[in-house]
Design a protein around this ligand. Structure first.
Ligand code: ATP
Ligand code: MG
Length: 740
């Protein structure tokens, strides 16, 4: 217990040990909210002797959940930590639905429609009905309705547009139902339904704990209350200044509502920041304090001032990417490689901005991982295999069948597929059932099928059926999923298929590597969670639980994790350190020693389509407060679309402040050990490092030349300067700031 409470400050200690039933810990970034929440979970286990599966802990991202489990692991041991019901709201809801969903008519092997699936379904509906509705927009609208708990049939349409939308919404819901799919919103909504109707599902829940509460939406708020309905013990931590999900109907007002709903709510504030240097904090504060409506709050730095944030203007987005990558390299070397690439993050307002940075990192041979995009799982070769796994797991998934039935080609033409699908929809059955009937000769579809296509369908059905058998036959064996994948790849002749598609050796190699990586991921990711699923929740009616093999459960879990992961860490735990590229949204709650925020121009942040500029400001604030020791903000004077840019208005005041500081030298870093613990190289190392930097620069240091700002690390001269001001070719020396 001492180990648990050691190192907490007084307010944190109070929050961890508070006897309050309903507790709100409201505090600024880096003040230890997540640390406190984690310690409170451990405190509940050790002090109150709650069983781990009686605590429900909701985090905002899968990555955060994993980190929290790791931290708790260190406090209470691996076995106990593994049994916590801990995950994102969506994954917690999914687990309840898997265990008890049958009571409200949800089959245990339901599939999850990810956003691509949802849009594909809507597209088909719109096309068939010949509506002018935009599918993407309609999906967002449906999602908005669901977040507000407005079901189809309750929309009260007025005018043609609304009527069309209402019809699409209704048919979309029917399609999901008939293919046994739940979309992201349904996971939450149906879980709410379940817990209202069957409160006994959460009889065991002692405490519900929520991180990043400021971003919970209406439905999540409701779910929180329902999960805690037995004992009404809730702890939330959050920060209204970091509320950045307005577009997802997150509602700040939940904080007040909570206090109104539970009158005994105790609020504890934390005021000390343990994450960032004084300079970074001061700079972030100048941004958030532009919001005049915001209540004044104290935020005390516990670290020394450290290095001033670097603000940098560059001529073009390409120059910016080059500079950024060169700077990563330089800092990496200057710190004597005591900082690994894991310690660097590039945070973007929108994922679309990552192209040039990815390219430059690739060129420089610096490994990186993408967070917040769907990069890995979106790769063609990975998607194909995932779709096969979806069909194997859940053959009624029409979209997955559509995407796989003729890949690799089996001469089942698009027209045939379309007709079969229409027939299936009309008969209220699935494409798979039609195909199965046709292949096995048990029921002939009305749709005319050519001989070669018939053969193709038979071959497809055979692959799926044998794969299913393979999966089910491997009960209680580790690696059931792995074996399934081996079988599947062989049946598909997938290696040959890829070779044909990508004759270039290198391209084929990297794609085949991705397939291998997927296999590793599938076996690693699913096994852990499958165990959790089975142990964490008590069964209310064992007789009703359909028998499923452990391997089949593992497959379901794996696919749900894929569908639910907004951030995809292809190489979590991989030995090679990697620079992180993430959206700011995806970086919530996380921290890195060195953070870059490029593209800080008007139109990017605040985003041109954003209506709420206060929220955009908070977003920048969240980004800046991820940095521990070094913060770089940069702005190209011409965007990647070759348009002249204007500096983000949020940075006006920070700009002036940063000018006063000296360029980064790293000599000051030595007094900065608490933040940059591993990055305090001795003079000796620095000297060696500089020699290496010099060598690099002589070689091919990308900054050497016109793309460089000769005046140092700060915004250059006149903010209205244009790209041609940079066209002088000058030797850069002082710019690197090292005074060896
Ligand atoms: P955010 O709002 O960004 O989610 P947070 O309030 O959740 O931030 P944490 O991530 O819990 O903050 O903590 C930030 C950093 O400060 C972590 O590295 C954590 O280990 C450290 N920290 C928190 N409290 C203390 C403490 N009392 N002593 C030393 N380090 C601490
Ligand atoms: Mg946190």
């Amino acid at each position: 217990m001492d180990a648990l409470l050691d190192g907490l400050n007084a307010a944190q200690h109070r929050a961890v040990t508070s006897p309050a039933s309903v507790l709100q810990v409201l505090a600024p970034p880096g003040s230890g909210k997540t640390k406190t929440l984690t310690a409170r979970v451990a405190y509940h286990l050790l002090e109150h002797k709650y069983r781990p599966w009686d605590l429900v802990v909701c985090t905002f991202t899968i990555k955060a959940a994993r980190e929290m489990r790791d931290r708790i692991c260190g406090l209470v041991g691996e076995k106990t930590a593994a049994k916590l019901v801990l995950g994102t709201f969506h994954s917690v809801a999914r687990r309840y639905l898997v265990s008890y969903g049958q009571h409200i008519g949800i089959a245990k092997n339901f599939g999850i429609a990810d956003s691509a699936d949802s849009i594909a379904i809507i597209k088909r509906i719109v096309k068939r009905r010949n509506y002018g509705v935009d599918p993407k927009g309609a999906r967002a609208r449906i999602s908005g309705m669901k977040a507000k708990n407005i079901k189809s049939g309750q929309t009260n349409p007025k005018g043609v547009d609304q009527q069309e939308f209402a019809a699409v919404y209704e048919e979309y819901e029917e399609t999901l139902k008939s293919s046994n799919l739940l979309d992201y919103d349904d996971l939450l909504l149906r879980c709410v339904d379940l817990l209202i109707e069957y409160p006994q599902c959460v009889n065991n829940v002692e405490v519900v704990l929520i991180d990043e509460f400021q971003d919970t939406n209406n439905v999540q708020y409701k779910l929180m209350g329902l999960l805690a309905q037995r004992h009404n013990r809730i702890t939330i931590v959050g920060d209204p200044d970091q509320s950045i999900y307005g577009f997802r109907s997150a509602e700040i007002k939940n904080l007040n509502q909570m206090q109104a709903q539970w009158h005994d709510t105790i609020v504890i504030n934390l005021e000390e920041n343990y994450r960032s240097s004084g300079a970074i904090l001061a700079s972030a504060m100048t941004v958030i304090e532009q919001d005049k409506a915001r209540p004044q709050k104290r935020l005390l730095a516990t670290h020394s001032v450290g290095e001033m944030p670097v603000f940098r203007k560059l001529p073009t987005a390409m120059d910016e990417a080059k500079w950024l990558v060169a700077e990563i390299k330089r800092v990496h070397i200057l710190t004597g490689r005591l900082l690994t690439y894991n310690d660097f993050a590039v945070l973007l307002r929108s994922a679309a901005l990552s192209n040039s940075i990815e390219r430059e990192l690739g060129r420089a041979g610096i490994p990186y991982r993408m967070v917040g995009g769907h990069r890995f799982f979106d790769r063609v070769e990975v998607k194909i295999i995932l779709d096969y796994l979806r069909v194997i797991n859940h053959p009624d998934h029409n979209d997955a069948v559509l995407r796989t039935i003729n890949t690799p080609s089996r001469k089942v033409g698009e027209e045939t597929c379309k007709k079969l699908l229409a027939e299936a929809e009309e008969k209220k059955t699935s494409l798979w059932r039609l195909a199965l009937g046709s292949a096995q000769g048990t029921s002939k579809p009305r749709t005319a099928i050519s001989k070669p296509a018939q053969k193709g369908i038979e071959s497809f059905v055979n692959i799926i059926l044998t794969s299913q058998k393979r999966l089910d036959g491997l009960e209680n064996q580790d690696g059931g999923l792995f074996d399934l994948m081996v079988h599947l790849l062989k049946k598909l002749s997938f290696e040959e298929y890829l070779k044909k598609q990508y004759p270039e050796t290198e391209e084929f190699g990297s794609r085949w590597d991705n397939v291998q990586e997927l296999m590793t991921l599938a076996t690693g990711m699913s096994m852990d969670d499958a165990v959790n699923d089975n142990e964490a929740l008590p069964v209310i009616d064992a007789a009703e639980q359909r028998e499923r093999s452990q391997a089949a459960d593992a497959l379901t879990t794996f696919l749900s994790n894929v569908a639910l992961s907004t951030e995809v860490e292809k190489s979590e735990g991989e030995a090679t350190p990697q620079v992180t590229i993430s959206t700011i949204h995806g970086a919530k709650g996380l921290e890195w020693p060195v953070v870059f925020i490029p593209a800080a121009y008007k139109g990017s942040i605040p985003h041109s389509r954003a209506e709420d500029h206060d929220e955009e400001r908070r977003l920048l604030y969240v980004g800046m407060t991820r940095a521990q020791a070094l913060l770089y903000i940069s702005c190209p004077m011409r965007s990647s679309q070759y348009q002249d840019t204007e500096l983000s208005p949020f940075l006006d005041s920070t700009d002036n402040m940063a000018r006063q500081g000296p360029p980064i030298t790293f000599t000051a870093t030595q007094g900065f050990a608490r933040v940059l613990r591993r990055a305090c190289p001795a003079e000796q190392t620095l000297h060696q490092a500089q020699t290496e930097v010099d060598r690099l620069e002589d070689d091919a240091y990308p900054l050497d030349g016109e793309s460089c700002n000769p005046e140092g690390s700060y915004w250059v001269g006149d903010r209205n300067a244009n790209a041609s001001d940079f066209s002088r070719r000058e030797k850069v020396d002082d710019d690197h700031g090292f005074k060896g």
